[in-house]
Design a protein around this ligand. Structure first.
Ligand code: GLN
Length: 315
Protein backbone atom coordinates (compact mmCIF):
# COMPACT_ATOMS: atom_id res chain seq x y z
CA UNK A 1 0.00 0.00 0.00
CA UNK A 2 1.38 3.41 -0.94
CA UNK A 3 1.67 5.77 2.02
CA UNK A 4 0.04 8.76 0.30
CA UNK A 5 -0.18 10.81 3.47
CA UNK A 6 3.55 10.54 4.08
CA UNK A 7 4.40 11.27 0.44
CA UNK A 8 2.32 14.48 0.50
CA UNK A 9 3.98 15.53 3.76
CA UNK A 10 7.45 14.95 2.29
CA UNK A 11 6.69 16.95 -0.87
CA UNK A 12 5.10 19.74 1.18
CA UNK A 13 8.23 20.02 3.35
CA UNK A 14 10.46 20.03 0.27
CA UNK A 15 8.77 22.97 -1.47
CA UNK A 16 7.44 25.06 1.44
CA UNK A 17 10.70 27.08 1.77
CA UNK A 18 10.58 28.11 -1.91
CA UNK A 19 9.37 31.68 -2.37
CA UNK A 20 9.63 31.79 -6.16
CA UNK A 21 6.82 33.43 -8.13
CA UNK A 22 4.47 36.28 -7.36
CA UNK A 23 0.82 36.92 -6.52
CA UNK A 24 -1.66 37.58 -9.36
CA UNK A 25 -1.85 41.31 -8.77
CA UNK A 26 -3.89 42.15 -11.88
CA UNK A 27 -6.93 41.02 -9.89
CA UNK A 28 -6.42 43.36 -6.89
CA UNK A 29 -8.13 41.06 -4.40
CA UNK A 30 -5.72 38.19 -5.23
CA UNK A 31 -2.73 40.39 -4.37
CA UNK A 32 -3.82 40.41 -0.70
CA UNK A 33 -3.40 36.67 -0.17
CA UNK A 34 -0.85 35.09 2.17
CA UNK A 35 1.93 33.87 -0.18
CA UNK A 36 2.96 31.08 2.20
CA UNK A 37 -0.24 29.07 1.89
CA UNK A 38 0.41 25.59 0.55
CA UNK A 39 -1.89 22.57 0.50
CA UNK A 40 -1.90 19.26 -1.38
CA UNK A 41 -4.62 16.65 -1.71
CA UNK A 42 -5.27 13.39 -3.53
CA UNK A 43 -8.69 11.76 -3.91
CA UNK A 44 -8.77 8.25 -5.33
CA UNK A 45 -11.62 7.02 -7.54
CA UNK A 46 -12.78 4.80 -4.68
CA UNK A 47 -13.38 7.93 -2.61
CA UNK A 48 -10.40 8.12 -0.24
CA UNK A 49 -8.88 11.55 0.32
CA UNK A 50 -5.34 12.22 1.62
CA UNK A 51 -4.29 15.80 2.27
CA UNK A 52 -1.52 17.86 3.81
CA UNK A 53 -0.84 21.53 4.59
CA UNK A 54 -3.31 24.42 4.73
CA UNK A 55 -6.34 22.25 4.13
CA UNK A 56 -8.75 24.75 5.71
CA UNK A 57 -7.71 27.70 3.55
CA UNK A 58 -10.22 28.78 0.96
CA UNK A 59 -9.22 30.04 -2.47
CA UNK A 60 -10.98 30.79 -5.75
CA UNK A 61 -11.05 28.39 -8.68
CA UNK A 62 -10.01 30.92 -11.36
CA UNK A 63 -9.12 29.02 -14.54
CA UNK A 64 -9.42 25.62 -12.91
CA UNK A 65 -13.18 26.25 -13.33
CA UNK A 66 -12.93 26.25 -17.14
CA UNK A 67 -13.13 22.49 -17.84
CA UNK A 68 -16.15 22.14 -15.55
CA UNK A 69 -18.18 24.85 -17.29
CA UNK A 70 -17.10 23.41 -20.64
CA UNK A 71 -18.62 20.08 -19.48
CA UNK A 72 -21.88 21.87 -18.66
CA UNK A 73 -21.98 23.42 -22.14
CA UNK A 74 -21.43 19.97 -23.67
CA UNK A 75 -24.35 18.61 -21.67
CA UNK A 76 -26.57 21.56 -22.60
CA UNK A 77 -25.79 21.67 -26.32
CA UNK A 78 -23.69 18.67 -27.41
CA UNK A 79 -20.17 18.85 -28.89
CA UNK A 80 -21.19 19.93 -32.38
CA UNK A 81 -22.82 23.18 -31.27
CA UNK A 82 -20.07 23.93 -28.74
CA UNK A 83 -17.26 23.34 -31.21
CA UNK A 84 -18.76 25.46 -33.92
CA UNK A 85 -17.93 28.31 -31.56
CA UNK A 86 -14.73 27.15 -29.87
CA UNK A 87 -11.94 24.94 -31.23
CA UNK A 88 -9.95 22.02 -29.81
CA UNK A 89 -6.37 23.08 -30.60
CA UNK A 90 -3.75 24.34 -28.18
CA UNK A 91 -3.05 27.99 -28.96
CA UNK A 92 0.59 28.10 -27.90
CA UNK A 93 -0.25 31.49 -26.38
CA UNK A 94 -0.78 32.87 -22.88
CA UNK A 95 -4.16 32.32 -21.19
CA UNK A 96 -5.24 35.93 -21.75
CA UNK A 97 -4.16 36.25 -25.38
CA UNK A 98 -6.26 38.79 -27.18
CA UNK A 99 -5.01 38.41 -30.74
CA UNK A 100 -5.19 34.70 -31.36
CA UNK A 101 -8.45 33.51 -32.89
CA UNK A 102 -8.56 30.73 -35.49
CA UNK A 103 -8.24 31.86 -39.08
CA UNK A 104 -11.50 31.95 -41.08
CA UNK A 105 -13.79 30.65 -38.32
CA UNK A 106 -12.59 33.27 -35.79
CA UNK A 107 -13.30 30.77 -33.04
CA UNK A 108 -11.13 30.87 -29.93
CA UNK A 109 -8.61 28.03 -30.10
CA UNK A 110 -9.96 26.04 -27.15
CA UNK A 111 -12.15 26.29 -24.01
CA UNK A 112 -9.20 26.44 -21.58
CA UNK A 113 -7.98 29.94 -22.52
CA UNK A 114 -9.93 33.05 -21.55
CA UNK A 115 -11.42 33.72 -25.00
CA UNK A 116 -12.68 30.13 -25.25
CA UNK A 117 -13.98 30.11 -21.69
CA UNK A 118 -15.90 33.35 -22.26
CA UNK A 119 -17.40 31.81 -25.41
CA UNK A 120 -18.36 28.73 -23.37
CA UNK A 121 -19.86 30.89 -20.59
CA UNK A 122 -22.08 32.57 -23.19
CA UNK A 123 -23.58 29.15 -23.99
CA UNK A 124 -24.79 28.62 -20.42
CA UNK A 125 -28.24 30.16 -20.33
CA UNK A 126 -31.03 30.53 -17.77
CA UNK A 127 -33.48 27.61 -17.79
CA UNK A 128 -37.24 27.76 -17.45
CA UNK A 129 -38.29 25.07 -14.97
CA UNK A 130 -41.55 23.07 -15.11
CA UNK A 131 -43.03 25.23 -12.32
CA UNK A 132 -42.27 28.32 -14.45
CA UNK A 133 -39.46 29.45 -12.17
CA UNK A 134 -36.30 30.68 -13.82
CA UNK A 135 -33.18 28.76 -12.90
CA UNK A 136 -30.54 31.42 -13.49
CA UNK A 137 -27.28 30.54 -15.20
CA UNK A 138 -25.00 31.41 -12.29
CA UNK A 139 -27.08 29.18 -9.96
CA UNK A 140 -26.88 26.37 -12.50
CA UNK A 141 -23.08 26.71 -12.57
CA UNK A 142 -22.80 26.98 -8.79
CA UNK A 143 -25.09 24.00 -8.15
CA UNK A 144 -23.08 21.89 -10.59
CA UNK A 145 -19.79 22.85 -8.95
CA UNK A 146 -21.34 22.20 -5.52
CA UNK A 147 -22.35 18.68 -6.55
CA UNK A 148 -18.75 18.06 -7.64
CA UNK A 149 -17.63 18.80 -4.08
CA UNK A 150 -20.59 17.24 -2.30
CA UNK A 151 -21.36 20.48 -0.42
CA UNK A 152 -22.83 23.93 -1.01
CA UNK A 153 -20.22 26.27 -2.47
CA UNK A 154 -20.29 30.07 -2.49
CA UNK A 155 -18.98 32.80 -4.75
CA UNK A 156 -16.36 35.06 -3.18
CA UNK A 157 -18.08 38.40 -3.86
CA UNK A 158 -14.95 40.50 -3.23
CA UNK A 159 -12.93 38.55 -5.77
CA UNK A 160 -15.83 38.59 -8.24
CA UNK A 161 -16.27 42.37 -7.99
CA UNK A 162 -12.53 42.98 -7.98
CA UNK A 163 -12.15 41.12 -11.27
CA UNK A 164 -15.35 42.56 -12.79
CA UNK A 165 -14.16 46.12 -12.12
CA UNK A 166 -10.69 45.65 -13.57
CA UNK A 167 -11.35 43.18 -16.42
CA UNK A 168 -10.62 45.51 -19.32
CA UNK A 169 -8.70 42.86 -21.17
CA UNK A 170 -11.36 40.13 -20.81
CA UNK A 171 -14.03 42.69 -21.74
CA UNK A 172 -12.05 43.53 -24.89
CA UNK A 173 -11.83 39.80 -25.73
CA UNK A 174 -15.60 39.45 -25.25
CA UNK A 175 -16.30 42.37 -27.58
CA UNK A 176 -14.00 40.87 -30.19
CA UNK A 177 -15.95 37.61 -29.90
CA UNK A 178 -19.19 39.58 -30.30
CA UNK A 179 -17.77 41.24 -33.39
CA UNK A 180 -17.16 37.82 -34.97
CA UNK A 181 -20.59 36.51 -33.86
CA UNK A 182 -19.00 33.87 -31.64
CA UNK A 183 -21.14 35.20 -28.78
CA UNK A 184 -24.46 37.07 -28.82
CA UNK A 185 -25.53 40.39 -27.36
CA UNK A 186 -25.49 39.29 -23.72
CA UNK A 187 -21.82 40.22 -23.42
CA UNK A 188 -21.96 41.48 -19.81
CA UNK A 189 -24.06 38.49 -18.70
CA UNK A 190 -21.53 36.10 -20.28
CA UNK A 191 -18.63 37.92 -18.62
CA UNK A 192 -20.46 37.91 -15.29
CA UNK A 193 -20.89 34.15 -15.45
CA UNK A 194 -17.22 33.78 -16.36
CA UNK A 195 -16.08 35.99 -13.45
CA UNK A 196 -18.44 34.12 -11.11
CA UNK A 197 -17.16 30.67 -12.09
CA UNK A 198 -13.62 31.99 -11.50
CA UNK A 199 -14.67 33.33 -8.07
CA UNK A 200 -16.20 30.14 -6.68
CA UNK A 201 -14.51 29.46 -3.38
CA UNK A 202 -13.21 26.02 -2.45
CA UNK A 203 -10.54 24.33 -0.35
CA UNK A 204 -7.95 21.80 -1.44
CA UNK A 205 -10.09 18.77 -0.58
CA UNK A 206 -12.92 20.16 -2.72
CA UNK A 207 -10.58 20.64 -5.67
CA UNK A 208 -9.17 17.12 -5.37
CA UNK A 209 -12.73 15.75 -5.35
CA UNK A 210 -13.57 17.77 -8.46
CA UNK A 211 -10.53 16.31 -10.20
CA UNK A 212 -11.36 12.82 -8.92
CA UNK A 213 -14.86 13.12 -10.41
CA UNK A 214 -13.24 13.54 -13.82
CA UNK A 215 -10.91 10.62 -13.09
CA UNK A 216 -13.96 8.56 -12.12
CA UNK A 217 -15.83 9.00 -15.43
CA UNK A 218 -18.07 11.79 -14.13
CA UNK A 219 -19.23 10.05 -10.95
CA UNK A 220 -18.45 11.94 -7.72
CA UNK A 221 -16.40 9.29 -5.90
CA UNK A 222 -17.86 9.94 -2.45
CA UNK A 223 -21.53 10.72 -3.06
CA UNK A 224 -21.51 8.35 -6.09
CA UNK A 225 -23.73 10.85 -7.91
CA UNK A 226 -23.29 10.92 -11.69
CA UNK A 227 -22.49 14.52 -12.59
CA UNK A 228 -21.21 14.44 -16.18
CA UNK A 229 -22.23 12.08 -18.95
CA UNK A 230 -19.38 9.67 -19.50
CA UNK A 231 -19.16 10.52 -23.22
CA UNK A 232 -18.13 14.10 -22.39
CA UNK A 233 -15.50 13.22 -19.80
CA UNK A 234 -13.01 12.13 -22.47
CA UNK A 235 -13.57 15.44 -24.31
CA UNK A 236 -12.93 17.36 -21.09
CA UNK A 237 -9.81 15.41 -20.11
CA UNK A 238 -8.45 15.55 -23.67
CA UNK A 239 -8.62 19.32 -23.73
CA UNK A 240 -7.31 19.62 -20.17
CA UNK A 241 -4.29 17.64 -21.36
CA UNK A 242 -3.57 19.50 -24.60
CA UNK A 243 -4.60 23.01 -23.54
CA UNK A 244 -4.89 23.17 -19.74
CA UNK A 245 -1.35 24.47 -19.18
CA UNK A 246 -1.56 26.99 -22.06
CA UNK A 247 1.83 27.83 -23.60
CA UNK A 248 3.61 25.25 -21.43
CA UNK A 249 1.27 22.37 -22.36
CA UNK A 250 3.90 20.68 -24.53
CA UNK A 251 6.66 20.77 -21.93
CA UNK A 252 4.17 19.63 -19.29
CA UNK A 253 3.09 16.63 -21.39
CA UNK A 254 6.73 15.77 -22.00
CA UNK A 255 7.93 16.17 -18.43
CA UNK A 256 4.91 15.17 -16.34
CA UNK A 257 2.44 13.30 -18.55
CA UNK A 258 -0.65 14.17 -16.51
CA UNK A 259 -3.69 16.10 -17.79
CA UNK A 260 -3.62 19.25 -15.64
CA UNK A 261 -5.29 22.62 -15.29
CA UNK A 262 -3.98 25.69 -13.51
CA UNK A 263 -5.52 28.93 -12.28
CA UNK A 264 -4.01 32.29 -11.29
CA UNK A 265 -5.20 31.90 -7.69
CA UNK A 266 -2.44 29.27 -7.44
CA UNK A 267 -4.79 26.32 -7.78
CA UNK A 268 -3.76 23.44 -10.01
CA UNK A 269 -5.23 19.98 -10.46
CA UNK A 270 -4.28 16.79 -12.28
CA UNK A 271 -6.45 13.90 -13.43
CA UNK A 272 -5.29 10.28 -13.69
CA UNK A 273 -8.21 8.57 -15.42
CA UNK A 274 -9.43 5.57 -13.45
CA UNK A 275 -7.02 6.29 -10.59
CA UNK A 276 -7.18 9.65 -8.82
CA UNK A 277 -7.47 13.42 -8.82
CA UNK A 278 -4.58 15.49 -7.47
CA UNK A 279 -4.92 19.11 -6.31
CA UNK A 280 -2.36 21.62 -5.11
CA UNK A 281 -2.84 25.17 -3.91
CA UNK A 282 -0.13 27.74 -3.40
CA UNK A 283 -0.66 31.32 -4.56
CA UNK A 284 2.79 32.28 -5.87
CA UNK A 285 2.56 31.91 -9.65
CA UNK A 286 5.08 31.95 -12.51
CA UNK A 287 4.95 34.02 -15.72
CA UNK A 288 2.51 31.55 -17.30
CA UNK A 289 0.05 31.80 -14.42
CA UNK A 290 0.89 28.42 -12.85
CA UNK A 291 1.52 27.91 -9.13
CA UNK A 292 5.27 27.43 -8.69
CA UNK A 293 4.98 25.09 -5.70
CA UNK A 294 1.98 23.46 -7.40
CA UNK A 295 3.87 22.59 -10.58
CA UNK A 296 6.78 21.15 -8.58
CA UNK A 297 4.50 19.18 -6.27
CA UNK A 298 2.55 17.57 -9.14
CA UNK A 299 5.80 16.75 -10.95
CA UNK A 300 7.09 14.95 -7.85
CA UNK A 301 3.81 13.12 -7.24
CA UNK A 302 3.81 11.99 -10.89
CA UNK A 303 7.33 10.66 -10.56
CA UNK A 304 6.99 9.04 -7.15
CA UNK A 305 3.71 7.30 -7.98
CA UNK A 306 4.68 6.59 -11.63
CA UNK A 307 1.55 8.34 -12.87
CA UNK A 308 2.75 9.51 -16.30
CA UNK A 309 -0.11 8.32 -18.51
CA UNK A 310 2.32 7.34 -21.27
CA UNK A 311 3.93 4.65 -19.14
CA UNK A 312 3.05 1.05 -19.84
CA UNK A 313 -0.34 0.39 -18.24
CA UNK A 314 -0.56 -2.79 -16.16
CA UNK A 315 -3.81 -4.71 -16.58
N1 GLN B 1 -10.20 35.06 -13.88
C1 GLN B 1 -8.89 35.00 -14.45
C2 GLN B 1 -8.80 35.83 -15.73
O1 GLN B 1 -9.70 35.83 -16.50
C3 GLN B 1 -8.56 33.56 -14.74
C4 GLN B 1 -7.22 33.39 -15.42
C5 GLN B 1 -6.46 32.19 -14.94
O2 GLN B 1 -6.72 31.64 -13.90
N2 GLN B 1 -5.46 31.81 -15.72
O3 GLN B 1 -7.83 36.49 -15.99
Amino acid sequence: MTDYKNLLKKIHEKYLPSTKGSLASYIPELAKIDPNLFAISITTVDGKTYSHGDINSFFTLQSTSKPFTYGLALMDHGPEFVHQRVGVEPSGEAFNSIIELEKNSHRPFNPMINSGAIAVASMIQDKLLDNNEIYIRSDRMLDLFSSLCGKKLEINEQVFLSEKKTAHRNRAIAHLLRHFDVIGNDIEESLDLYFKQCSVEINIIDLSQMAATLANQGVQPISKIKIYDEQYITDMIGLIFTCGMYDTAGAWAYQVGIPAKSGVSGAIFGVIPGVMGIAVYSPLIDDHGHSVRGVNAIKDISQELKLNIFRQQKR
